[in-house]
Design a protein around this ligand. Structure first.
Ligand code: FES
Ligand code: FES
Length: 159
């Protein structure tokens, strides 16, 4: 089927089988491999991207859990699309770097995008709320402490 959407601000046309998952469209058809696959069962959050559809607000979704066909006309933002045009990191990326919010980096694209959504929805989130709201994203390395610190640092930078 023929799909038209925007990915990272650019119009994209793709011809994909109807059962193509959004994560497959991103990784296999558009070569946007910053979106990771950790489980394929909507548990780990490594595949998280931001989606804006029907002129609504941008929200984080697990791209292994939706069909690409559902993205007709939507705007999808992946980890490749959040830095400024001159390469300056998004404040959330900078905070993860500064606060050592990553080790192997496998969960990081999903964590960063979920954290952007978290602060957009809950700009005043407490530490406990940050921990609770990120529970859909699993990290096998960090113990989460520095991830929470990174989100708090970004919270101050973006206030
Ligand atoms: Fe999508 Fe794990 S790969 S939630
Ligand atoms: Fe390795 Fe999170 S940094 S899984």
């Amino acid at each position: 089927m023929q799909l038209q959407l925007k990915v990272n601000g650019k119009p994209v046309t793709a011809d994909v089988p109807p059962n193509t998952l959004l994560v497959q469209l991103l990784r296999e058809h558009l070569q946007l491999t910053g979106t990771h696959v950790g489980c394929d069962t909507a548990q780990c959050g490594a595949c998280t991207v931001l989606v804006q559809s029907d002129g609504g607000e941008s929200r984080a979704i697990k791209s292994c859990n939706v069909l690409a066909a559902q993205m007709q006309g939507a705007e999808v933002t992946t980890i490749e699309g959040i830095a400024a045009a001159d390469g300056t990191m998004h404040p959330m990326q900078a905070a993860f770097k500064d606060a050592h919010g990553l080790q192997c980096g496998f969960c990081t694209p999903g964590m960063v995008l979920s954290s952007i959504d978290l602060l957009a929805q809950h700009p005043q989130a407490s530490e406990a709320e940050i921990r609770e709201l990120l529970e859909g994203n699993i990290c096998r390395c960090t113990g989460y402490q520095n991830i929470v610190k990174a989100v708090q640092q970004a919270q101050q930078a973006m206030a």
